[in-house]
Ligand binder design. Structure first.
Ligand code: CP3
Length: 330
């Protein structure tokens, strides 16, 4: 299938297209289901996770499905207590302060919630007409929620922890890397076709910090999931793209702050992106113009998967997604 071929470096005039967060609150059928079920309940009930994953495929016919889940799910396997607060994001009950707290965490095990994700993947594989993208959060981004306790703008506590406490940081990264690999394997063994690794917040680091405090663990992850194509995504990462490329994913996801041309120059391998999600609040003419601009840039570079530069925003009009799809495929 086209999507899998692009991951391996093949170039098409009309790129495969899917959108990060394509299953979610901008869809009326999702909002309807959410009235009856909590977010984490949807993630850990296989039949419901399957239904939500299929919603955008049925409505729009994207070229790939992404499993409906969340990057926080492996916390269950580590015994971390957390919730997803509406309109806020992940909130951790007892944020990590030191090495003792890390030692108190369980080693990752396949608890019921993890099994239910594997089960959702198996159910989806029986019905899906397109490839299924499994996903995991990268250790830095998972560590950031564990240390901050909640979403953060500047990741001050995370960086303080990392710079002050290298021994504890290494122990935490080891633990989260082990969890990430085992959680990815559950999805791979159940039939996922591609693995996307979200390091959403790593762009707050500079090159030296990325090399020292993040890259070694990312290499371990990508070398452990070689069975299938992988996509590596973060935001605000223009200055890190060449280093992210080196840790071993097949495709690099880029946000909208950099042009595809410049991003390609930095990674020289398949690229996913990078329409600004806010463009979908614009007029039909603006959406068409911006999609066309990305297609023109893409025509000058190697393999390209069309996507947004970050998740679709909850208030996005359905019609805008239809306009985007027609423009990409024309
Ligand atoms: O892409 C998809 O359609 C699959 C589903 C998906 C979700 N979360 C569902 C979700 C994916 C791929 C994720 C990944 C995720 N989760 C990331 C990495 C991607 C990114 O956007 O950077 C991160 C950082 C998280 C953590 C998280 N979970 C956040 C920041 C939020 C949003 C908080 C809010 O309410 O705005 C969540 C909750 C969440 N995850 C929702 C969805 C659909 C909203 C849930 C709801 O209230 O219905």
């Amino acid at each position: 299938m086209k999507f899998l071929e692009v991951c391996k470096g093949k170039k098409f005039d009309v790129p495969p297209v899917w959108l990060m967060r394509q299953a979610g609150r901008y869809m009326p059928e999702y909002r309807e289901l959410r009235k009856k079920h909590g977010m984490l309940e949807l993630c850990t009930t296989p039949e419901l996770a399957k239904e939500v994953t299929l919603m955008p495929i049925r409505r729009f016919g994207f070229d790939a499905a992404i499993l409906f889940s969340d990057i926080t799910i492996p916390y269950y396997g580590l015994g971390v207590k957390f919730e997803i607060k509406e309109g806020v994001g992940p909130v951790v009950e007892d944020p990590i302060r030191d090495l003792e707290d890390i030692k108190k965490m369980d080693d990752f095990s396949v608890v019921r919630e993890i099994e239910s994700v594997a089960e959702a993947v198996k159910l989806l594989k029986k019905e899906l007409p397109v490839p299924l993208i499994g996903f995991v959060g990268a250790p830095f981004t998972l560590a950031a929620y564990l240390i901050e306790g909640k979403p953060s703008r500047d990741f001050k506590k995370t960086k303080a922890f990392m710079f002050k406490n290298p021994e504890a940081w290494n122990a935490l990264m080891d633990k989260l890397t082990d969890a990430t690999i085992k959680y990815a394997k559950e999805q791979i063994d159940s039939g996922a076709d591609v693995m996307q690794v979200f390091d959403s917040w790593v762009g707050g680091l500079n090159e030296r910090s990325y090399k020292e405090y993040v890259a070694p663990w990312m290499k371990r992850i990508f070398s452990s999931i070689k069975e299938l194509p992988s996509i590596h995504f973060g935001t605000n990462t223009s200055h890190l793209l060449h280093l992210m490329k080196d840790v071993g994913a097949d495709v690099t996801g880029v946000d909208w702050r950099i042009s595809l041309r410049e991003a390609y120059h930095r990674v020289k391998s398949p690229i996913q992106g990078n329409l600004d999600p806010a463009i979908l609040f614009g007029t039909k003419e603006v959406i068409e113009r911006e999609v066309q601009a990305i297609k023109e840039e893409a025509s000058e570079i190697g393999a390209h998967i069309f996507n947004l530069g970050h998740g679709i925003l909850p208030e996005t009009p359905i019609e805008s997604v239809e306009i985007l799809l027609r423009a990409v495929r024309s």
